[in-house]
Design a protein around this ligand. Structure first.
Ligand code: TPP
Length: 573
């Protein structure tokens, strides 16, 4: 018997009577969902049966964590919500890391989980997990559908909540009997959320207050976070900064929101940021944070952070303002709206010439550095080679660790939405499946998954998804035979006691890739890497490249835990 899906009559037409599962699929079409990331199981069988007759593309990952990270990658680069479906119990709990990751990094996801039948909820039924309780603190909102008539409205609300204000994950839990029940759906029900009215436009008096502060500043700096990307405000940020000649620092997640080569750009701030960026944050007299949340990895010790500055904070989420850093000029607003108003408002342009000269001196005297007097294949060189062979025009996803920081430091992002990384949660295993999702969003783009040998092994089962879909993702493993970032901290703070951070025994990544039918290579020198990269980036097939890099490199400069931004170490070789 053929294993191919049998063609069945279309179930999309709105009939008077539909099952809950069919209502769900129909609602997804109404929300213009083009791709679903998921994995089937008992409680979602009715939904998968409705999907069987639907033209919506479904990507079968090999583990639900793969589904949700792929949905995050898709959402990050496309700006559209990533949609995930998983079964009850273990299917749902396998999503938890990804949901938390999306919550921390403000990614719009709508997640559908199957649930045991309403009649047995609370009885420890087979594959029952209290996913409502589990996900309450890690979702922007969650729903359990008790009455199938509510389904069209709940789905509308879920998409609305996930994508408006500060984006985030919304979960909809659907008991199996609800999915099976037949109704005449009402798609016209309107969204009624009196408790959820995100502010979009800024208070104009606050904008004037900030404009006045800009006019008086001698040492202003802007901290631009991912909120700029979510609000599609890159152009407005450029206009505002060029108008007033204000230097810009990016957060890790904000990279790409400002052109990496621009003379006003100081680089990334924070633990592994540039000296120039960190000293600008330390010494400034006006700090304008836009769509950034003052993460502790960015601020270092708060007692020393922007001590002499008037702080203005523009954020769509009022809960962020004043959370970590006392703020004199709070502005609750969409970033683009606020920047447009700031550009329009009558204001003086500050004289920042001395300040900019001082920062330029810093950049000249304290650039990022790596070893030069060595024949070793350095991890930083891998990032530089990827930049060279992709002409700086790729979507780069990373895992978490040293390679992530080197990617952030050395890939000089010039465009928005090309940088996909796990910032807030720091989730190893994120990067490779996120690349699968990003490639699905932009099939013609070059997508590179830069991963560590540790993180890659957490979700490498998605090689099978790559094989099945023949997606041209280039997997570049920066293989230092260690859990590099852990090793670095053990070297610096634990007297070189490398407790369980060395990985001398590893699988043969080339054979592993080949087992999934993927062209795979091992490179041990820069020269070998050049030959392989040349070939790998010349075609549209998936590739895996095991780059054997030095295992002794550390990420510098660095701010040790507890220290201030002005106390960076490793600023010079
Ligand atoms: C799921 C998860 N577990 C543990 C950690 C802690 N951690 C942070 S970086 C790191 C090492 C990563 O090693 P690797 O993937 O090889 O990358 P490298 O640092 O060598 O570039 C670890 C274990 C984490 N961030 N995520």
């Amino acid at each position: 018997m053929s294993m191919r899906a049998k063609a069945k009559p279309e179930a999309e037409a709105v009939t008077a009577e539909m099952t809950g599962a069919e209502v769900l699929i129909h609602s997804l079409k109404k929300e213009n969902v083009e791709v679903l990331f998921g994995y089937p199981g008992g409680a979602v069988l009715p939904i998968y049966d409705a999907l069987y007759r639907s033209p919506i593309k479904h990507i079968l990952s090999k583990h639900e964590q793969g589904s949700i990270h792929a949905a995050e990658g898709y959402a990050r680069v496309s700006g559209k919500p990533g949609v995930v479906i998983a079964t009850s119990g273990p299917g749902a709990t396998n999503l938890v890391t990804g949901i938390t990751d999306a919550m921390m990094d403000s990614l719009p996801l709508v997640i559908f989980t199957g649930q045991v039948a309403s009649t047995v909820i609370g009885t420890d039924a087979f594959q029952e997990a209290d996913i409502m309780g589990i996900t309450a603190p890690i979702t922007k909102h969650n729903y359990q559908v008790r009455d199938v008539q509510d389904l069209p409205r709940i789905i509308k609300e879920a998409f609305h909540i996930a994508t408006t204000g500060r984006p985030g994950p919304v979960l909809v839990d659907i008991p199996k009997d609800v999915a099976n029940k037949t109704i005449s759906p009402d798609y016209d029900s309107t969204i009624h959320l009196p408790g959820y009215q995100p502010t979009f436009s800024p208070n104009i008096l606050q904008i004037k207050k900030l404009a006045d502060a800009v006019g008086q500043a001698k040492k202003p700096v802007i901290l631009a976070g991912a909120g700029i990307l979510h609000a599609n405000a890159g152009k407005e940020l450029l206009t505002f900064t060029e108008k007033h000649k204000i230097p810009v620092v990016n957060t890790l997640l904000g990279l790409g929101s400002y052109p990496g080569q621009h003379p006003l750009f100081l680089g990334m701030g924070g633990m592994h940021g540039t000296y120039t960026a960190n000293m600008a944050l330390y010494e400034c007299d006006l700090l304008i944070s836009i769509g950034a949340r003052f993460d502790d990895r960015l601020t270092g010790n708060l007692a020393h952070f922007a001590k002499n500055a008037v702080v203005a904070h523009i954020d769509v989420d009022p809960a962020e303002i004043g959370k970590n850093v006392p703020t004199q000029i709070p502005i609750v607003s969409d970033a683009r709206e606020a920047l447009r108003k700031l550009v329009d408002v009558d204001s003086e342009t500050p004289d920042t010439e001395d300040w900019r000269n001082q920062l330029t001196e810093n950049s000249k005297n304290y650039p990022l550095w790596k070893k030069t007097n060595t024949d070793e294949f350095l991890p930083q060189q891998v990032v530089e080679l990827v930049h060279e062979y992709t002409k700086g025009d790729a979507i780069i996803t990373t895992d978490v660790g040293q390679h992530q920081m080197w990617a952030a430091q050395y890939y000089a992002f010039t465009d928005a939405n090309r940088w996909v990384t796990s910032g807030g949660l720091g989730t190893m295993g994120f990067g490779f499946p996120a690349a699968v999702g990003a490639q699905l969003a932009f099939p013609d783009q070059t997508v590179v998954a830069l991963t560590g040998d540790g993180g890659f092994q957490m979700t490498l089962q998605e090689l099978s998804t790559l094989q099945e879909l023949n997606l041209p993702v280039k997997v570049v493993i920066m293989n230092n035979h260690t859990l590099g970032m852990v090793r670095q901290w053990q070297e610096a703070f634990y007297e070189e006691r490398y407790s369980h951070s060395l990985l001398p025994v590893q699988p043969d990544f080339v054979k592993l890739g080949e087992a999934y039918g993927i062209k795979s290579y091992k490179v041990e020198t820069q020269e070998e890497a050049r030959v392989v990269f040349e070939e790998a980036f010349s075609h549209r097939d998936p590739v895996l490249i095991d780059c054997r890099v030095s295992g002794k490199e550390n990420v510098y400069p660095m701010i040790a835990p507890g220290k201030g931004l002005h106390q960076m170490i490793g600023v010079k070789p």
